[in-house]
Ligand binder design. Structure first.
Ligand code: ATP
Ligand code: 5RP
Length: 695
């Protein structure tokens, strides 16, 4: 069926005993059990629609004396069930077994959606296939609700989960379509909408997906959700059901007969919490949606089907949780089944003519105690889900403030080139780049430049630079200025808005302690002097309009300050990059010819170098020399070779797969040494953030 995602590794399932067990149990249940609610409500409505086809099946059903409680679902639910119910009806007709086989068709549809749900989850978490088989495919709650009690909520729930999968795959239109279909199947799925909307809106890297998602969602729902409202039968059967009123069941009495509805209030607070988190990752989106569904279920006299709404999110938590988390979800499922089974209707066993509905064995007091225990475990789960989501999100410090990366080095060392390459990874929309040149104290030609060079810290307003970095890191805007290298003057004041990633590049970025201590990653470029001279000369003459002799003289004059103020910053760096020409003779090649580069990287006290070197050799095919100058504390690597941008992207996907939440939807990877530098900076970000969180 259409919902089953293509490209799934399903081949192993045919030999998986747990999967086959789950399938066999389902097969037996659906073949031999005929749940009461299906026989009393769903099958009569669907077969009625088959026998007397009408544009408005709800009104037609009521006019024919049907029970208004029969099918409180929208057109998508009908469309989902009709093909197999119709097939069963037609096959059974010659034998007088049309109603029985229509019921079987309904249950086969449930099986198809149930299996699709399992496959969707496997596609979302491919590395957790075995756990999903235990957590989802063998879940007593799924089996009880869908095949014993016979509720059909699995259909909208699976379509909704598929919408989440599409969001995770950045297929925003498809996500909008699926969520609209889920809502048109069962309106309660609308509860997921605010979380998906906020997630897309708050993440700048995904914001471009907001409009396609919302547009398709609104368009499809307008047609499928609003058109049926013209039918009075639909309004009676779907919109004004006693089910919907359950949302308002728990309330706080006020004066004059007014009440405060607690479940909607709690839900609204969850939406607000999601909004306040500023930036969320996919894992947190799933947690927050799951907690919200769970709250609604726990704060209402929920029908059995409602428990399915929260279940996929609980299972997602379960497969990633520790032992306690795993067993808590299992305990919750196991406790809910008897709670529901002792009150809700069950199935008939037509072969033996037996009714398997369980009698009300418990006194209402005992039942209430059991319900309280279920709510207690549910609350613990909601708290754990929330905490777990926040912690995973907080790993990147995404919700607390921007990620700050500082780059220092001499003029022409390649700071802005590296900053631009990093901006290409995170996406322009997520980056604020603060350039140190904007903090020179004087414009070109000012008399003070005869006394000091630009490399002297006193010639730069470093306290102001630090202040601006502090402000933007704390989420406040700053007002700075840009140094125009053509005119030698400063721009009018410009707003430096806080953003998800702050790149600070300049001659003195790693000098002021107040600035250095706020940086998450510190990089120093110690470009080979010959290459730096070559780069600077080429750029200053071609792009900045300087005279070659003046550039040469300026570099010679700055040398003492470079030694005194620039090079010492290396001591504050996590990473030192030293780029050089593979062959210095290439520097005298004709203009424009690419110059093969080699990269020396000095990394201090890092845990990732072994994984990095393996990936660089195996995936990128570089030549690599390693040295450990101080018994392992520092790693000194020299890397040479041609590297494709695609291979850098592949290596990053292997080495820091979870960092993709920090990167642009389509990050721009560079080839050769600039690409290798991008990769190493990402690994350093990963390591430094891990260590900060661990503290
Ligand atoms: N990794 C690299 N690969 C190829 N060319 C580079 C690289 N880094 C820098 N360059 C070249 O060197 C020139 C100077 O680099 P860039 O402007 O980034 O240096 P900078 O350190 O920001 O200099 P300044 O502080 O003077 O502004 C660039 O115009 C570019 O041509
Ligand atoms: O060194 C620099 C870059 O980091 C200075 O910004 C630059 O040299 C400014 O002076 P001028 O425009 O007169 O060359």
């Amino acid at each position: 069926m259409a919902l089953i995602p293509s490209g799934l590794a399903t081949s192993g399932l045919a030999r998986d005993p747990w999967f086959l067990t789950g399938l066999a149990v389902r097969g037996l249940l659906l073949a031999f059990l005929a749940p009461h609610i299906q026989e009393t409500w769903f099958v009569p409505f669907l077969t009625g629609a088959i026998q007397s086809p009408a544009l408005d099946p709800w009104s037609a059903f009521l006019a024919a004396g049907g029970d208004s409680l029969s099918f409180p679902y929208g057109p998508v639910m009908m469309a989902a069930f009709l093909p197999l119910v119709l097939a069963g009806w037609l096959v059974g007709l010659p034998f007088g077994a049309e109603v029985v086989l229509a019921g079987l068709g309904l249950r086969l549809t449930l099986l198809a959606f149930d299996a699709a749900g399992y496959l969707v989850l496997r596609r979302m978490f491919p590395e957790r296939g075995a756990l999903l088989t235990l957590g989802y495919w063998l879940s007593p709650l799924v089996l009880y609700i869908t095949y014993w009690h016979g509720q059909i909520d699995i259909v909208p729930v699976v379509i909704m989960v598929a919408a989440f999968m599409m969001i995770g795959e950045h297929r925003f239109r498809e996500a909008g379509l699926l969520l609209a279909l889920a809502c048109a199947a069962k309106l309660s799925m609308l509860l997921a909408l605010p979380f998906l909307g906020i997630y897309l809106w708050q993440n700048k890297r995904l914001r471009s997906g907001f409009v396609p998602f919302a547009g398709v969602f609104a368009g499809i729902l307008a047609v499928l959700g609003l058109l049926p409202l013209l039918s009075s039968g639909y309004r009676d059967m779907v919109m004004e059901t006693p089910e919907a009123a359950k949302l308002y069941w728990l309330s706080l009495p006020q004066t004059d007969g007014l009440v405060i509805y607690l479940a909607p209030l709690a839900f609204a607070l969850m939406v607000y919490a999601m909004w306040r988190l500023r930036r969320t990752n996919f894992s947190l989106l799933l947690s927050m949606t799951g907690v919200s569904f769970l709250i609604v279920v726990l704060m209402t006299p929920a029908s059995p089907g409602w428990y399915l709404w929260a279940l996929p999110f609980l299972i997602v938590y379960q497969i990633g949780a520790d032992r306690v988390g795993w067993w808590l979800v299992a305990l919750f499922s196991a406790m809910v089944v008897p709670l529901l089974a002792l009150t809700a209707s069950g199935p008939r066993l037509p072969l033996l003519g037996a009714d398997l509905s369980l009698p009300h064995l418990l006194s209402s007091h005992a039942h209430s105690v059991w319900l309280t225990a279920v709510v207690a475990v549910g609350c613990v789960l909601a708290i754990r889900l929330f905490r777990n989501g926040i912690q995973r999100n907080d790993y990147f410090r995404l919700s607390r403030g921007p990620l700050a990366i500082g780059i220092a080095g001499d003029s022409g060392a390649g700071k802005d080139t590296l900053a631009a390459a990093l901006e290409g990874l995170f996406g322009r929309h997520s980056v604020q780049h603060i350039l140190g040149d904007g903090y020179h104290k004087w414009a070109r030609g000012a008399p003070m430049w005869r006394a000091v060079t630009h490399l002297n810290p006193r010639a730069n307003d470093l306290p102001r630079l630090s202040e601006h970095v502090h402000a933007t890191l704390d989420g406040r805007d700053a007002v700075g200025q840009i140094y125009d290298h053509h005119t030698g003057r400063f721009s009018p004041p410009v707003r430096l808005a806080s953003n998800d990633v702050l790149l600070i590049s300049g001659l003195h970025t790693l000098l002021p302690p107040a600035l250095v201590e706020r940086l998450h990653v510190r990089i120093f470029l110690e470009t080979d002097e010959e290459l730096r001279f070559f780069w600077k000369m080429r750029r200053d003459v071609a792009k900045r309009g300087h005279d070659p002799a003046a550039v040469r003289a300026q570099m010679a004059r700055r040398k003492p300050d470079s030694d005194a103020y620039i090079k010492p910053q290396m001591a504050n760096a996590d990473l030192v990059f030293q780029v050089a020409a593979v062959n210095p003779e290439h520097l005298s090649r004709p203009k424009g010819d690419p110059i093969p580069l080699k990269l020396r990287v000095i990394v201090r006290d890092s845990l990732y170098t072994e994984r990095l070197t393996k990936a660089l050799i195996a995936i990128c095919g570089v030549h690599l020399d390693l040295d450990f100058p101080d018994e392992g504390q520092t790693v000194d690597m020299t890397i040479e070779g041609d590297v494709w941008a695609e291979d850098i992207g592949l290596a990053a996907a292997n080495l820091v797969p979870h960092l993709d939440e920090l990167l642009d939807v389509q990050p721009h990877w560079h080839s050769n040494m600039l690409g290798v530098m991008q990769l190493i900076v990402l690994m350093q970000i990963d390591e430094n953030l891990r260590r900060r969180v661990a503290k």
